[in-house]
Design a protein around this ligand. Structure first.
Ligand SMILES: Nc1ncnc2c1ncn2[C@@H]1O[C@H](COP(=O)(O)OP(=O)(O)OP(=O)(O)O)[C@@H](O)[C@H]1O
Ligand SMILES: [Mg+2]
Length: 361
């Protein structure tokens, strides 16, 4: 039976026209047909295909041609970029049907003018004036040219410590009426995400969005609910879902706090170094637990150590609080954000510890 996708995938068809090494691959076509049918019948399709078959075209083409809104989730940011920078522009060029597309990542991936200004003095301690100037010019140019302002696109290499001083986070975002809101790259990405037919996210964001939707009973979300959801690299999704739906702490959220210039400056050095160097190894955070009979087996935490680290973090927060009183207005704002972040980490650690006690045999 000939389907509407034959003409696209066949040798000499639409896809092959600008594709030097194009070959007709029956499995690629049958996957596209299956997806086209699932969309038409509003059914789920679970598909496993060999590596390198060209699954991206197989799911993108029928979804785009359906005219419906689509969210594609991939397991990591590199795959997001491959789709955004290569596959989608190519399809946009060749398909007769026009469509819009966008990519969305977590706030920490985007340069933030608000953070950059707020943390200017701290930034001057870790970067040279020349470097700061390059970054400022790059950010202005990104804004003027409607670039995405992704921190990884900076024209120079800077340390993680410097990056966290000029990127967004879930703990601080510009108020709707602040002048920073309209020039915030994280906000812009979310806005664009709302208005595009195809939206590329990653599993972390998809799982977090699901967790937020559930918690808020459908009221809050990171991106709009699409007509079609495609989970690429779906074998990896369980891991991200587990992180989003549990109180597990991962090393990135700890690192984000502990490596902040003000935490380093104001909190007892030994304490923060101790948490950072020992936490991951001893508590196995951000560690995919072994799978037993198809289920994740939770890694047992050592409650004694959990208590030690949550106490240490808590006393870091106390140190920040007492330093706050002596700060000027700007310093107080900076510290408030950090206190919020630190408190959240302590809370999560305590929750893990409680559950851990209950789970003890
Ligand atoms: N019919 C085709 N002929 C030649 N090259 C193709 C064809 N279809 C896709 N490609 C190219 O093959 C490469 C792999 O495609 P894609 O990333 O979609 O594979 P995949 O099936 O998702 O593989 P993986 O399992 O590794 O994710 C891409 O560079 C793509 O442009
Ligand atoms: Mg793939």
């Amino acid at each position: 039976m000939q389907t509407r996708f034959d003409n696209i995938f066949k040798q000499g068809g639409l896809l092959s026209k600008n594709y030097p090494d194009y070959e007709s691959r029956p499995s690629q076509l049958s996957m596209a047909n299956l997806i086209g049918q699932a969309i038409k019948e509003k059914k789920y399709a679970i598909i496993e295909g060999a590596t390198g078959v060209g699954k991206s075209f197989s799911y993108l083409i029928p979804s785009i041609l359906s005219g419906k809104s689509i969210v594609v989730s991939t397991s990591n940011k590199n795959l997001q970029d491959q789709l955004y920078k290569k596959d989608l522009p190519y399809l946009h060029d060749i398909l007769e049907k026009d469509f819009s597309y966008a990519v969305l990542k977590g706030r920490a991936n985007y340069f933030s003018f608000m953070m950059f200004e707020m943390n200017q003095k701290l930034i001057q301690k870790v970067l040279s004036n020349k470097e700061i100037e390059i970054i400022r010019n790059w950010a202005k140019k990104e804004l003027a040219e409607k670039g995405m302002g992704e921190i990884n696109d900076l024209p120079i290499d800077i340390s993680y410590e410097a990056k966290i001083l000029m990127t967004g986070s879930s703990y601080v975002k510009p108020e709707k009426d602040s002048p920073y809101c309209s020039i915030d790259f994280g906000e812009k990405a979310r806005e664009k995400a709302k208005n595009s037919q195809v939206l590329l996210v990653n599993h972390t964001l998809l799982a977090l969005n699901a967790a937020i939707l559930l918690k808020s009973e459908g009221k809050a979300k990171i991106f709009p609910t699409p007509d079609i959801l495609i989970v690429d690299e779906a074998h990896a999704f369980e891991h991200y879902a587990q992180l989003a739906f549990s109180d597990k702490l991962n090393k990135y959220s700890l690192k984000h706090f502990l490596r902040h210039a003000l935490v380093k400056q104001l909190c007892t050095r030994k304490k923060t170094a101790d948490i950072e160097s020992n936490f991951v190894q001893t508590l196995h955070v951000n560690y995919t637990p072994p799978i037993i009979n198809g289920y994740y087996k939770d890694t047992p935490y050592d409650n004694f150590k959990l208590k030690k680290y949550s106490d240490q973090l808590e006393s870091c927060v106390k140190e920040l609080k007492s330093a706050k009183e002596k700060m000027d207005e700007l310093g107080q704002i900076q510290i408030s954000v950090l206190i919020k972040e630190g408190k959240n980490l302590v809370e999560r650690l305590k929750k893990i510890s409680e559950k851990n006690k209950l789970g003890r045999r």
